[in-house]
Design a protein around this ligand. Structure first.
Ligand SMILES: NC(=O)c1ccc[n+]([C@@H]2O[C@H](COP(=O)([O-])OP(=O)(O)OC[C@H]3O[C@@H](n4cnc5c(N)ncnc54)[C@H](OP(=O)(O)O)[C@@H]3O)[C@@H](O)[C@H]2O)c1
Length: 255
C-alpha cells in the first residue's frame, strides 16, 4: 500500500516542489489549496503524466470545516495519513510598518499560517495516533516555517509573529507526539524564488548582489523540498522538535 502525504499549499512554489518530490518517491500525494481543481489542472496533470497518484483537495487551512474535510478525504484513501506537510502560507497583502499594521492583516496572516497549521496538525495527529505503526512509526509531520521566526522585518510583523508561532507548534507537537511514534520537525526557508517573493524580486536581487547570503543566489523551491522529504523519510526516526535552515547560510552571524 502506498504511503499518503498531505501537502498544504502543495500546488505552487515550495509546496509544488514538495508534492513533486514526494510523488517521485512513491507517495500517494494529496496537495491541498484554496482554488478549484481546474485552477491547478496543469500541475496535477503533469504529475499524473509522470505516473504519480494524486488526489487534490480544495481546502482553506484557516477554515475548520475545510480542515475536517481534508483529513476525512485523505484518510479515506488508504485508511492512513503517513505524512503531513504544513506548507500553506501567505505574506501580508500590504507591507506596512509595524506602527501601521492592521488587525485585519494580522488575523488573515496568523489565521492561515499559524492557526491553520496548529489545528490541522491537531486533526491529523488524532488520525495518526490511531494508526498501526509502520516500520516503528505512525507518521511524520513537517512544518514549513521561515527564517522570519527569528529575523525581524518591521514591515511584515504579522508574518514574523506567525512563523515564530509555527516554531512553537513544532516544539509542542513534537513533545506531545514523541511517545506516539510521530516525529514533528521544521524546515525554515530563507529567500526562495516563488510567487510570494515575486513582488520584491528587485529588492532581493540587490541584497544578494551586495552579499547578504553566504551562498549568493536565490533559493529554489527544490532546495526546500529536499529537506522536507528528508524529514518525511524513515531515515529520521530519532530526531524530533528540530529545524533546519534552508537559507544559503543567511543565519550565520558574520563580522
Ligand atoms: N518564498 C519564500 O521566500 C519563503 C521564505 C520562507 C518561508 N516561506 C514559506 O513557505 C511556504 C510556501 O511559500 P511559497 O513561497 O511557496 O508561497 P506561494 O508561491 O505564494 O504559494 C503558496 C501556496 O499556499 C497556498 N495557500 C495560500 N493560502 C492558503 C490557504 N488559506 N489554505 C490553503 N492553501 C493556501 C497557495 O494556494 P492557492 O492557489 O490556493 O493560493 C499556494 O499553493 C509558506 O508557508 C511561506 O510562508 C516562503
Amino acid at each position: 500500500m502506498k504511503k499518503t502525504a498531505i501537502i498544504t499549499g502543495g500546488t505552487r512554489g515550495i509546496g509544488a516542489a514538495i508534492t513533486r518530490k514526494l510523488a517521485r518517491q512513491g507517495y500517494l500525494v494529496i496537495p491541498a489549496a484554496t482554488g478549484p481543481e481546474e485552477k491547478n489542472a496543469e500541475f496535477l496533470n503533469s504529475l499524473r503524466a509522470a505516473g504519480a497518484e494524486v488526489h487534490y483537495v480544495r481546502c482553506n487551512v484557516a477554515d475548520a470545516a475545510d480542515r475536517e474535510n481534508l483529513v476525512k478525504e485523505a484518510a479515506s484513501l488508504t485508511g492512513r495519513i503517513d505524512v503531513l506537510v504544513n506548507n500553506a502560507g501567505v505574506a501580508p497583502l500590504v507591507r506596512a510598518d509595524l506602527l501601521e499594521m492592521t488587525e485585519e492583516s494580522f488575523d488573515r496572516v496568523t489565521g492561515i499560517n499559524l492557526k491553520g497549521t496548529l489545528f490541522l496538525t491537531q486533526l491529523v495527529a488524532r488520525q495518526m495516533v490511531g494508526q498501526e505503526p509502520a516500520n516503528g512509526r505512525r507518521g511524520a509531520i513537517v512544518n514549513v516555517g521561515s527564517c522570519s521566526a527569528e529575523v525581524s522585518s518591521v514591515s511584515r510583523g504579522e508574518y514574523c509573529v506567525s512563523k515564530a508561532g509555527v516554531s512553537m507548534v513544532t516544539t509542542l507537537f513534537a513533545d506531545r507526539l514523541a511517545g506516539e511514534g510521530i516525529t514533528v520537525n521544521e524546515v525554515r526557508p530563507g529567500v526562495i524564488a516563488t510567487d510570494m517573493t515575486g513582488a520584491v524580486k528587485e529588492k532581493y536581487d540587490n541584497l544578494i548582489a551586495q552579499g547578504l547570503f553566504p551562498i549568493a543566489r536565490w533559493g529554489r523551491p527544490e532546495d526546500v523540498a529536499e529537506m522536507v522529504a528528508f524529514f518525511c523519510s524513515e531515515a529520521v526516526s530519532y530526531t524530533t522538535g528540530n529545524y533546519v535552515d534552508v537559507d544559503g547560510g543567511f543565519h550565520i552571524k558574520r563580522l
